[in-house]
Design a protein around this ligand. Structure first.
Ligand code: COS
Length: 381
């Protein structure tokens, strides 16, 4: 789906769905720490689980630019809703899309696109967070199988996942990324166990869990890419994922700006609307400027990626700027709402907690800076 008219229709449908269906449910989802099953079914029916999956495998086949535009629109609601399909669209499926064999794609992608299969990306470990090349989970070759053992940490959607992309070390004596391979591991295999969802600062309704692999036997056909190529698979998946998350940050910022403008127009102090005070106007203007800048950066990087260019540096720039931007916008929003921003009723404090994660997952801000600087040295600027 690449023509602008069809994309325009999708964006209009998403706007209506978010406004009418999701925003009214935000408080309940947060309180219950769960998204109702009928809402998940509606998201599946809208094709959201497969927006990035090629049409030949049952997805909507959006370009990166179109996917980012869809997220600008969809993410005007609690980020927990996006998380329900985020792994299917991003880090849980894109290794398969980019590096999968035709047989692997035929087997898994249609179910991922429809949302029948939830996917999850298992890279992080207790001792391998930002230093993701130091994974200790091992995969030992045994005839036509690999036997996987090790523990993964903070894995998004693990409790709902039917399929994991698991990064595991196939060369036991190797250090760093070179001895790591990627595997497609169905969650129903003997030896896979999932921990309880963690209690978190925000994004209730989205879940992360530990996952343990205890002698899990997977056939050689489930290896994704060549042996030893798994870290590259992970990094390329993350390059793309970082653009996706950046567009999520822009969407959330748009919602917060809308809320701020509305509240500043309605709320009166000293006999005037808050919006008439220049110190409030400055916060609104700064938020608008930064959100526009992030939007423009994301779209430019997405277009480059669609044109086949390497966007490692651009994706890291976007993730760094957009995640920090939405943090500042959320802070201004709390400030504009004042006491009402701090108490739970208006939901602003919930967004303030929710957006904190954007500076941490899919590569912390410090890692984005490291990636940017390294690429600058390589590229000479
Ligand atoms: N695309 C393709 N290949 C890449 C790549 C990319 N974006 N980034 C790195 N690689 C390759 C390198 O070319 C190198 O290959 P060779 O060994 O053949 O030279 C290999 O991967 C190792 O890369 P590097 O030396 O840069 O690894 P480091 O351990 O020094 O650093 C960082 C890697 C820190 C950038 C990486 O671990 C990272 O992104 N960490 C954050 C992880 C993260 O985002 N976690 C979030 C949880 S997952 S949701």
């Amino acid at each position: 789906m690449q023509d602008s008219e069809t994309l325009g229709q999708l964006l209009a449908v998403l706007r209506r769905f978010v406004n009418e269906r999701l925003i009214p449910l935000e408080a309940k989802v947060s309180e219950d720490d769960s998204i109702p099953a009928d809402v998940l079914a509606e998201m599946r029916a809208l094709g959201l689980f497969g927006i990035s999956i090629p049409e030949e495998y049952g997805g909507l086949g959006l370009s990166m630019e179109a996917e980012c535009r869809a997220m600008f629109e969809f993410c005007r609601c609690s980020p927990a809703f996006r998380s329900a399909f985020g792994t299917n669209v991003g880090i849980g499926s894109q290794g398969l899309v980019m590096f999968g064999t035709e047989a692997q794609k035929q087997r898994w992608l249609p179910g991922i696109a429809s949302g029948e299969i939830v996917t999850s990306f298992a890279l992080t470990e207790p001792e391998a967070g930002s230093d993701s090349a130091s994974v200790r989970t091992k995969a030992e070759r045994d005839g036509d199988s690999y036997v996987i053992s090790g523990g993964k940490r903070y894995i998004t959607n693990a409790n709902r996942a039917a399929l994991f992309t698991v990064m595991a070390r196939t060369e036991p004596n190797s250090k760093g990324g070179s001895g790591v391979s990627a595997f497609l591991v169905p969650s129903g295999l003997p030896g896979v166990s999932i921990g309880k969802p963690e209690k978190k600062m925000g994004q209730q309704g989205a879940h992360i869990c530990d996952v343990n692999f205890d002698g899990v036997r997977v056939p050689v056909e489930n290896r994704l890419g060549e042996e030893g190529q798994g870290f590259r698979v992970a990094m390329q998946v993350l390059d793309r994922g970082r653009l996706h998350i950046s567009s999520v940050c822009v969407g959330v910022a748009e919602r917060l700006i809308e809320e701020s403008v509305k509240y500043a127009g309605e709320r009166k102090q000293f006999g005037q609307a808050l919006a008439s005070f220049q110190m409030i106007q400055a916060m609104l203007a700064d938020s608008r400027t930064e959100a526009n800048a992030a939007r423009a950066m994301v779209l430019e990087a997405a277009r480059k990626r669609d044109a086949g260019e390497n966007v490692t540096m651009e994706a890291a720039c976007c993730k760094l700027f957009a995640s920090e931007m939405v943090g500042r916008v959320a802070d201004c929003t709390v400030q504009i709402f004042g006491g009402a921003g701090y108490v739970a009723d208006h939901g602003i404090e919930r967004f303030y907690r929710d957006v904190r994660l954007f500076r941490i997952y899919e590569g912390a801000s410090e890692i984005q800076r490291l990636v940017i600087a390294r690429e600058m040295m390589k590229q000479g600027g």
